[in-house]
Design a protein around this ligand. Structure first.
Ligand code: FAD
Length: 430
C-alpha cells in the first residue's frame, strides 16, 4: 500500500522532499501544494513588498543585490551540484535557476499544485492510526471552493524567513523616520542620502549594512556582540544595542545619541504555521517548537514533520538529511523510539543548550552543532553522511567572513574530493 504524503511548500525543502518521495514511487505518492505560481520559495525575488495580487503576504525576503553568504560548493544538495561556470558566491537569480534545474532533473513539476494555498491541516485519529485532512484552495480571481483531501502523512516545508520579528523598543511609536524590516528591504537607492540604523548584525544585518551603505549617507550597524574585527566601508560604524528611540534620534546602550532618518530591523523572523489546527498539538513558545524529535518529527503524531526549521545551518544539505530521515521513519526502514523516549531526547537537547548559556529562543539554532546532528540522523536512518569537506569549507568561509564582510564573496573555491578543496584567488588551505 502506498503512503500518501502532502508536502506544503515548493521552496528548497519541499522540492527536496518531493525529489526523494517520488523516486520511491512503490512506497509513496506525493502531492505538493505551493501558493506561489512558481517554485523556489524565498529565492523568488519580488520588487514589491506587502501583499500580492491575491492579498497574500509576499513571501520572499530577497533583496536585489543579494549574493549568497555561502559558496555554491557547500550549499548544493549532495546529489545535485551547481553549474560549474558560476562563481562560488552566486546571485539570487542563480539560486532560483539552480532550484528550477533540480526540479527539471528529477521531474518534479508534475507533482506540484501551484497557486494553491493550504489553509488547514487536521489530524483524524483512529484507534490504530492517524491520517491527515488537508484543506487547500486554488488562488484565482473567481470564487473557488476549498477542497479537503486525506493524506497519510504531512511534510511542512513552508519556510521561516517570512514573518518579521521586531523587538519592543521604547519610543518606536514616536519615531518620525522610516521603519523597515529586512524582509521588506529591496535596494540601497531607497535610502539614498539617509542616515540609517541597521539593528542586528547576524548574516542579514551585516550584508544589508554593507549593501545600503552604497547609497546611504551614514550607516550605524548596531548589535550587542563585541565589535566585529572586520573591514567596513568608511560610512559604516558599529554601535552597541539600541536603548530607546525618540522622534528623530536613536539612543544606544552606551548613552550615545545620534540623529537618524531610518531604522532597518535585521532582527530575524518568527516561526509561523497558521494552517496547523489546534488538534495538531504543535505549539511555538519563545521560538521553540514542541513536541519535535530531532527538530523534525512530531512525537505525538510522527506522520507530521517540519522540514527546515533549524537556524544557522547549511540549509540544502540539512534538508536532504532531514527528508531522508523522515522517509525512513515513514516507510519503516527505521523504527522511531517510543514517544516517551523521543520527548526525553528532545528535553535533553534543550536542557544542554540552556546549560551552555543559550537563550530559550535558540532552541533550534545549530551553528557548530549542525554537523554532529546531520551525522547522527544519517546514522540512525542508515544513509550516507554529508562529506566532511562541506563542514571544512563552511568553517573556512566563516573565518574569512569574520575578517572582511565586504570582500569575502570575491573568493572562489573548488572541491577536489570528499575531504579536500582548493581556494582560487587565495591561499590553498588543504
Ligand atoms: P522557502 O524558500 O521560504 O519556501 C517555502 C515555500 O512554502 C514558499 O514557496 C511558500 O510560498 C510556500 N508556502 C508557505 N505557506 C504555504 C501555504 N499555506 N500553502 C502553500 N504554500 C505555502 N541559504 C543558503 O543556503 N545560502 C544563502 O546564502 C542564504 N541566504 C539567504 C538570504 C536571505 C535574505 C534569506 C531570507 C534566506 C537565505 N538563505 C540562504 C536561507 C534560505 O531560506 C534557505 O536556503 C532555503 O531556501 C529555505 O527553503 P524553504 O523551502 O525552507 O523555505
Amino acid at each position: 500500500m502506498t503512503i500518501r504524503v502532502a508536502v506544503i511548500g515548493a521552496g528548497a525543502a519541499g522540492l527536496c522532499a518531493l525529489r526523494h518521495l517520488t523516486t520511491r514511487q512503490h512506497k509513496f505518492q506525493a502531492v505538493c501544494f505551493e501558493q506561489n505560481s512558481r517554485l523556489g520559495g524565498t529565492w523568488i525575488y519580488n520588487d514589491k513588498t506587502g501583499v500580492d495580487d491575491h492579498g497574500l503576504a509576499i513571501h520572499s525576503s530577497m533583496y536585489k543585490n543579494l549574493k549568497t553568504n555561502l559558496p555554491k560548493e557547500v550549499m548544493a544538495f549532495p546529489d545535485f551540484p551547481f553549474r560549474k561556470d558560476l562563481p562560488s558566491f552566486v546571485r539570487h537569480e542563480d539560486m532560483l535557476e539552480y532550484l528550477e534545474s533540480y526540479a527539471d532533473r528529477f521531474d518534479l513539476l508534475k507533482y506540484i499544485k501551484f497557486s494553491t494555498t493550504v489553509s488547514l491541516v487536521q489530524p483524524l485519529t483512529y484507534p490504530d492510526k492517524v491520517t491527515w485532512q488537508v484543506t487547500y484552495k486554488a488562488l484565482s480571481d473567481s470564487v473557488v471552493t476549498p477542497v479537503t483531501e486525506n493524506f497519510d502523512a504531512v511534510m511542512v516545508c513552508n519556510g521561516h524567513y517570512s514573518v518579521p520579528f521586531i523587538p519592543t523598543i521604547p519610543g518606536l511609536d514616536v519615531f518620525r523616520g522610516q521603519i523597515r524590516h529586512s524582509h521588506n528591504y529591496r535596494y540601497p537607492a531607497e535610502f539614498e542620502g539617509l542616515r540609517v540604523v541597521c539593528l542586528g548584525a547576524a548574516a542579514s544585518g551585516q550584508d544589508i549594512s554593507v549593501d545600503v551603505s552604497t547609497a546611504a549617507k551614514q550607516v550605524y550597524m548596531c548589535h550587542r556582540k563585541p565589535n566585529l574585527q572586520t573591514y567596513l566601508p568608511d560610512n559604516v560604524e558599529q554601535k552597541p544595542g539600541v536603548k530607546n528611540v525618540t522622534e528623530h534620534t536613536v539612543v544606544f546602550e552606551n548613552g550615545e545619541e545620534v540623529t537618524v532618518d531610518a531604522l532597518l530591523f535585521c532582527t530575524g523572523y518568527r516561526f509561523s504555521f497558521p494552517f496547523l489546527s489546534p488538534e495538531c498539538h504543535l505549539t511555538t513558545e519563545n521560538e521553540r517548537i514542541v513536541p519535535l524529535y530531532k527538530h523534525l518529527i512530531h512525537t505525538e503524531y510522527p506522520s507530521l514533520s517540519l522540514i527546515g526549521i533549524l537556524k544557522t545551518i547549511c540549509p540544502f544539505p540539512n534538508f536532504h538529511n532531514q527528508v531522508l530521515f523522515v522517509i525512513a521513519a515513514l516507510d519503516g526502514t527505521m523504527t522511531l523510539p517510543s514517544r516517551e523516549n523521543m520527548d526525553e531526547d528532545t528535553a535533553k537537547d534543550f536542557s544542554s543548550r540552556l546549560k551552555r548559556g543559550m537563550p530559550e529562543r535558540y532552541a533550534h539554532t545549530m551553528g557548530t552543532m549542525q554537523w554532529r546532528y546531520n551525522d547522527e540522523i544519517a546514522d540512525l536512518a542508515g544513509f550516507e553522511r554529508i562529506p566532511p569537506v562541506v563542514e571544512e569549507l563552511y568553517d573556512t568561509v566563516h573565518i574569512t567572513r569574520v575578517k572582511d564582510i565586504v570582500h569575502y564573496k570575491s573568493v572562489n573555491y573548488k572541491l577536489t574530493g570528499p575531504n579536500t578543496y582548493i581556494t582560487i584567488n587565495g591561499d590553498n588551505p588543504t
